[in-house]
Design a protein. Structure first.
Lengths: 352, 274
């Protein structure tokens, strides 16, 4: 188990992490915008950067303690760090890269060979094991880097934007592979990402980091539904300003542009409104459902975004809906066509 | 109207081509004619005779030995210094960089004179050496010191920029994989910097080999003791011109080889890690 609290002043802001905990065999996703302190957190935990104060322990062993003036060097921490750039040693082959952590630890030759071979075949790198890493594709680089990080059986694995360097198509397959490998190795892991999709598919817990502070922690589902922090990281396109109206019947509505949307809130006056694209249902016919908000509109744009397709519908305001490519095909959606958009009142998040 | 504009463009294009071509040609002639004329001066037999003469051999040997020693000393002391200056920001780093660069722009005679003032028998440091009966000026040691003084900046500059060119994440990765700073240096940083460092070594060696002014001032021109090839070229000019030319030709060939090696190394490095 990793427990960390530390402060560190940076050029633009101060890092103040109170309580970062990763349990045995658990994956924590650290999610936040660029420059929010994600990579700095990894550098501090790995020992590459010294915090100003605090205490970091891993499985009961003190790695850093400002009070006791303890700072364990990165090479003594047994924490593997996979860099966003992968930082594969360009003067070595795939095999030499993977074996590096074992070779510098002076493990017996036989053990190095067995462990390296195991990871090479596990990652499907057999064909290219003796190639120079400069000749690899993005996916092969990622696998080599992951194998190199895993080889010494670290007590903690740090992954800095492991999928960011890949093209969208490779990202999808590697995301699944990464999740499988991390789970089967049973090594606690901190994954830094700005993609909620990565966090959802890989992590057990998610911490949202903003300007050097962890502002929310929870399960991926909790964070996704968190009206404040969930949206800030997923960059919800359906963010509006609206005004709360209460009808004579007691129903609460928000007026956004020219339309009235049913919502649940205790706030009044001018508010922020967020509607998650995943919670919109697109249909050809008007749905008879429990969802109270139903609007007819024209599709203005259909945009593939990685795993999903974002469909923009003009219902007086433009709403973005996230669909699977299969759904888009099944409904044979095309730009300019008329569709119905349906969503629950609880899908409309109101905040000040 | 159209045709006249097009015609004007054609003329200006041709003019540009002729001008640049002429300029390049002029420069090539200016550099190569003097070098070629060295070769036309003596026949091959004279050349062989001159090169095997005692004066030439002794100068050659002395040059080779001193340049190798000074280059090795520069590598041993310069590599850690360059690494520190590339990686660790400390107070006064810019000042250190400026001072280490100074010998490049300093006239070699000034360098020689400064060395003499420092290490001469009555010099700032030399007086203490004298107490122990150690003489530095006008010895082979002085030749080496003069070469280090003028040639070290070439290595320091090149080494610093080659270390700076290596992404620090390679070192970080090595550290987190369990290698200490020293192991990281020998397993990751130095192998990655090797080609670039080697160009620096060759440039430094070449500069040390060609050292004249500072050696003349600080070490003197004593045959077999401090008379390196450049000094021998100068001395033999007054006695046996063919030896002078022969030594000069050797240095020209050597210099040309160095330029080729450095260029090749650079291209090789680029291809390897591109």
């Amino acid at each position: 188990m990793l427990e960390a609290r530390f402060t560190r002043s940076l050029r633009d802001f101060s890092m103040e992490v109170d309580n970062l905990i990763v349990h045995r065999g658990e994956t924590l996703a650290l999610i936040g915008e660029n420059g929010s302190g994600k990579s700095t957190t990894l550098k501090i935990i790995s020992g590459l950067m010294k915090p100003d104060s605090g205490r970091i322990t891993l499985d009961g062993e003190v790695l850093y303690d400002s009070a006791g003036k303890i700072h364990v060097d990165p090479e003594m921490r047994n924490i593997s760090y996979m860099f966003q750039s992968y930082a594969l040693f360009p003067h070595m082959t795939v095999r030499e890269n993977i074996a590096y952590g074992l070779v510098v630890r002076k493990r017996p030759k036989e053990e190095i060979r067995v462990r390296t071979d195991e990871l090479i075949s596990r990652m499907g790198l057999n064909q290219i094991a003796d190639e120079s890493v400069t000749r690899l594709s993005g996916g092969q680089r990622q696998r080599t880097a992951l194998a190199r990080s895993l080889a010494p059986r670290p007590s903690l694995l740090l992954l800095d934007e492991p999928l960011a360097a890949l093209d969208v198509k490779t990202q999808e397959s590697m995301r699944r592979e990464l999740a499988t490998v991390i789970r089967s190795e049973n090594i606690p892991c901190i994954l830094v990402t700005h993609s909620i999709v990565d966090a959802l598919s890989i992590a057990d817990h998610v911490s949202v980091i903003k300007l050097g502070k962890i502002v929310a922690t929870g399960t991926p589902e909790e964070i996704v539904r968190d009206p404040v922090h969930g949206f800030s990281v997923s960059e919800n396109p359906n963010m509006f300003r609206g005004e709360v109206h209460v009808r004579k019947t007691g129903a609460v509505c928000v007026k956004i542009g020219g339309i009235y949307v049913r919502a649940v809130t205790t706030l009044s006056g001018i508010v922020n409104v967020a509607i998650r694209p995943e919670e919109l249902i697109i249909s050809r016919e008007k749905l008879a459902s429990s969802a109270i908000n139903s609007f007819e509109g024209k599709i203005t744009r259909i945009r593939p975004t990685g795993l999903e397709v974002t469909v923009y519908v003009d219902i007086g305001i433009i709403l973005a809906a996230t669909l699977t490519p299969q759904s888009v095909e099944r409904l044979s959606l095309k730009t300019g066509e008329s569709v119905f958009v349906t969503f629950k009142a609880t899908a409309v998040h109101i905040f000040a | 109207m159209m045709t006249s504009a097009a015609g004007y463009h054609r003329i200006s294009r041709i003019a540009t081509r002729v001008l640049t071509g002429g300029l390049i040609l002029l420069f090539l002639i200016f550099i190569s004619v003097p070098l070629v004329s060295l070769f036309t001066r003596v026949g091959i037999e004279d050349l062989l005779y001159a090169i095997t003469s005692e004066a030439a051999i002794s100068a050659l040997r002395l040059s080779a030995v001193t340049a190798v020693i000074s280059t090795i000393i520069v590598i041993i002391f310069g590599t850690p210094l360059a690494y520190i200056n590339a990686r660790i920001p400390y107070k006064g780093r810019n000042i250190v960089d400026t001072i280490t660069d100074l010998p490049i722009v300093l006239p070699p005679t000034v360098a020689g004179l400064s060395l003499l003032m420092a290490f001469g028998a009555n010099g700032l440091l030399g007086q203490y050496f004298s107490i122990f009966g150690i003489r530095i000026a006008f010895t082979t040691t002085a030749v080496v010191l003069a070469q280090i003084f003028v040639a070290s900046p070439f290595y320091l500059r090149q080494a610093r920029s080659s270390f700076e060119a290596i992404d620090v994440e390679y070192e970080y990765a090595s550290r987190t994989l369990g290698a200490g700073p020293l192991k990281t240096l020998f397993k990751v940083t130095l192998p990655l910097a090797f080609g670039s460092l080697l160009s620096g070594v060759i440039m430094t060696f070449a500069r040390a080999l060609g050292e004249f002014g500072a050696t003349m001032m600080f070490a003197g021109n004593l045959a077999g003791k401090t008379q390196t090839m450049p000094l021998a070229i100068y001395s033999e000019l007054q006695s046996d011109l063919s030896i002078s030319v022969a030594l000069a030709i050797l240095l020209v060939i050597f210099s040309f080889g160095i330029i080729l090696i450095v260029k090749y190394l650079g291209a090789w490095e680029m291809r390897k890690y591109a």
